[in-house]
Design a protein around this ligand. Structure first.
Ligand SMILES: Cc1cc2nc3c(=O)[nH]c(=O)nc-3n(C[C@H](O)[C@H](O)[C@H](O)COP(=O)(O)O)c2cc1C
Length: 214
């Protein structure tokens, strides 16, 4: 099939987010100017550079995570490991601003090192971030898409030592949870490795079932 989004897909559910999948989940924790705590998942999330480490998440409207990040200039990104998937989902509840989703989902806020926003105790890894920009992207027609893209620089990184295997972050142990389409998720349970070819070197190596050192 082929369709123009402007003319509709004719399917029972919009396939767009199922195509752009799996998406990592930025589980964003913030502290508002008055001290209120917030944590919510954003699968329109990713990293975009390494020098400096920059990350972004995109919120459909002025959600609490955007408001709090703007107020304080800080947010933390918690990696969702397989063991925290249910609590992550619980924190997507549309709770009143004064409600902390930490309490609602039975999560423990852990003090961060460099920012006032707490992070999720037990997350396999956490990125402490300082806000760099909030973008308001437009479509081809120049109209605002209705989303705020919150970007930040990672200023501190926590890694649960148990997730390190010979100094490498073990995705399978953490079970990184990703968003697919519809109501579906995936957790990393199998990986394979491929060495990037160098020009003139011939055939690249076959995929290997388990990951050797990267
Ligand atoms: C797995 C998952 C991914 C989500 N991704 C997004 C997203 O990328 N952008 C968004 O606006 N909402 C997203 N949501 C919905 C928000 O988490 C939800 O609106 C939440 O209440 C926002 O919380 P906040 O107002 O405390 O920031 C997602 C929900 C789930 C369960």
């Amino acid at each position: 099939m082929f369709y123009r989004p402007s003319e509709g897909h004719g399917l029972p559910h919009d396939p767009f987010k199922a195509i752009v999948a799996p998406r990592p989940i930025g589980w964003i924790s913030t502290r508002g100017a008055t001290g209120m705590l917030n944590v919510a998942p954003y699968s329109f999330f990713n990293a975009l550079s390494v020098e400096p480490y920059l990350v972004w998440f995109s919120a459909d409207g002025e959600k609490d995570s955007v408001v709090f990040a703007r107020e304080t200039g800080e947010f933390a990104v918690n990696l969702v490991g397989a063991k925290l998937a249910k609590q992550m989902n619980a924190t997507a509840v549309d709770a009143p601003r004064a409600t902390s989703e930490f309490d609602y989902a039975g999560l423990v806020p852990a003090a961060s090192k460099l920012i006032a926003a707490p992070h999720v105790a037990g997350a396999p890894a956490v990125l402490e971030c300082r806000l760099t920009q909030i973008l308001e992207p437009t479509g081809l027609d120049g109209r605002w898409a209705g989303v705020y893209v919150v970007m930040g620089e990672v200023v501190g990184i926590h890694i649960d030592d148990a997730m390190l295997d010979d100094g490498l972050f073990d995705h399978r142990k953490a079970g990184n949870v990703a968003r697919l389409g519809y109501m579906d998720y995936a957790a990393v349970s199998e990986t394979f490795a491929m060495r990037r070819p160098r020009w003139g070197e011939g055939e690249s190596a076959e995929p290997q079932p388990s990951a050797p050192p990267r």
